[in-house]
Every structure is written in C-alpha cells, then in structure tokens.
Design a protein around this ligand. Structure first.
Ligand SMILES: O=C(OP(=O)(O)O)[C@H](O)COP(=O)(O)O
Length: 258
C-alpha cells in the first residue's frame, strides 16, 4: 500500500500566548521561546522521525510564517516552497482581540468566555473601531487577498471550518500526489483541520486543544485517499499532556504575570 503523510503544526509561542491574550487576526510576533521551539521541538521531532518536507502551506500571519521559516532552516531545506494562504489564518476573535482571557472571564463569566472560545457556533462580539487592534487588522496588507465582502469582524469555529475546507481539499490533492506537505497554522485552524480530516462531531471538536510547536502527523492511503488512523503528536506525551491542559484553561490575569 502506497502511503503519504501530512504534517500539521500550530506555530511557536507568540507574545500574545505568553500574556494570555486573545490574538486572532492581530499579527503578534513569536517570543524568543517560540523561535527557539521551532528548532528544538518542531524541527527536532521531524528530523528524529526522518520526516522530510517538499512544500509548506502557511497562514499569512507573521507568527506562523516565522515558525515555518525557522523549521525549514533548522531542517536545512530553506529552499522548500512556502504557499501563504489567508484561509489558514487564525479565526478572527472579534472584540475579544487583545484582551486577557482570565480578565474577560471575570467580566463576562467563565461559561460565556469558554463558549466563545470553544463553542462550535459561538461568534464572539464583532470587533469595533475602539478596539486597540481594529485599524492594525483592517490595514494589514497580509489580508489583501481576502475577497471583497469576506473580511470578517468576528468568526466562530463553524465559520473557520467553512473557510479552511477548500484550502484543505487543495492540500489533500497535493498529498495524494506524493508531495510531503507541512501546514503551519494556528490553534483554531488546526482544530478545524482535525475536525474535517477525522469527521468529528461538533461536541468532539469542542474538547480539542492544540499545543504550540509539537507536530501532528496524519497518514493517507494514496490510492484510496483514505486516512489511516487518527492524529498522532510527535513529542513527549507528558509535555503534551501538561501543555494541552494549559491551552484548555483560561490561564492567568495580566497582573499575575511576572
Ligand atoms: O490567536 C490565537 O491562537 P494562536 O496562538 O494559535 O494564533 C488564540 O488567541 C488562541 O486562543 P484560544 O486557545 O483561547 O482559542
């Protein structure tokens, strides 16, 4: 049986991940640790598993592009083509963008904030002009490919699934031709991809939390196009368990950070 693999990663730790802030379409950079982990966790795991890459599909946001670049350099294949696709950008977090998750839970209640974070159809309040990131997001040229009328003011998981569907179909065609693809994207988009690839129910996908930097591997039968098995993380199970719990939680207030 001829098989091929698809590798998916959530970018390394961003400045907003570190500060526990909703990020979405704000173009936050990686922290030093995020840059370091692209080499010491992502590339190291791929090199150890002898997984080579022929092509990268990447979100247009800087934290994902920087991660992809670091991984390719560390794997000594910086010439690999990188296709930048706005459809792989994080879900737009609306007016939550830039706010601390724990502080939002204090203001609106844990249940509502967790519903905004993980509810399949929950759309956070639309971003307004008084949001500190409104103009930065609207004027960011990385979104120039977004078709007229499709620029969101906020997105649910369900809306995110709809926009990644055609991109995933294109990527799958490449994988079934034998191209060894890496997708470099974001927490919600990885969840949307897992949802589509595994045909999960809405309730199942609401429970998934994705760790930064650790590669996820899917295998496909190239003749039938069928997926073999479910997602496999390439990394230390104890590290993944601890980090998954952190991603799922509402984290700390800004004032609790050193
Ligand atoms: O921008 C985000 O995701 P990213 O760090 O994967 O780009 C979100 O703020 C992640 O937050 P969540 O885990 O509460 O959905």
């Amino acid at each position: 049986m001829k098989t091929n693999r698809l590798i998916i990663i959530r970018h390394g730790e961003s400045e907003f991940n570190l500060k526990n802030l909703f990020c979405g379409w704000h173009d936050a950079p990686l922290t030093q640790k995020g840059v370091h982990n692209a080499c010491s966790i992502t590339a190291a795991a791929l090199i150890k598993a002898r997984l080579e890459i022929d092509k990268v599909y990447c979100s247009a946001l800087y934290r994902a592009r920087h991660t992809a670049e670091m991984v390719l350099c560390e794997m000594k294949c910086a010439n690999v083509p990188v296709v930048v696709d706005w459809r792989l950008c994080e879900r737009h977090y609306g007016n939550l963008t830039g706010f601390n998750k724990r502080e939002m839970a204090d203001r609106y209640g844990e249940q509502l904030v967790q519903t905004w974070r993980r509810g399949y159809h929950a759309v956070p309040p639309a971003i307004t002009v008084d949001n500190p990131y409104y103009y930065e997001i609207c004027n960011n040229l990385i979104f120039s490919e977004v078709p007229a009328g499709k620029f969101p003011l906020s997105e649910s998981m369900a809306m995110c699934v709809e926009r990644i569907k055609p991109a995933l179909e294109e990527i799958k065609q490449d994988v079934l031709k034998g191209t060894r693809v890496l997708i470099c994207t974001h927490g919600t988009v990885v969840r949307a991809l897992v949802n589509q690839l595994e045909g999960l129910s809405e309730a199942e996908v609401e429970k998934i939390n994705i760790v930064n930097s650790v590669p996820i591997v899917y295998e496909f039968n190239m003749q039938t196009g069928e997926r073999i098995g479910s997602m496999t993380y390439l990394g230390d199970p104890e590290y993944i368990r601890k980090k998954t719990a952190q991603v799922a939680s509402l984290g700390e207030r800004s004032s609790e950070k050193s």
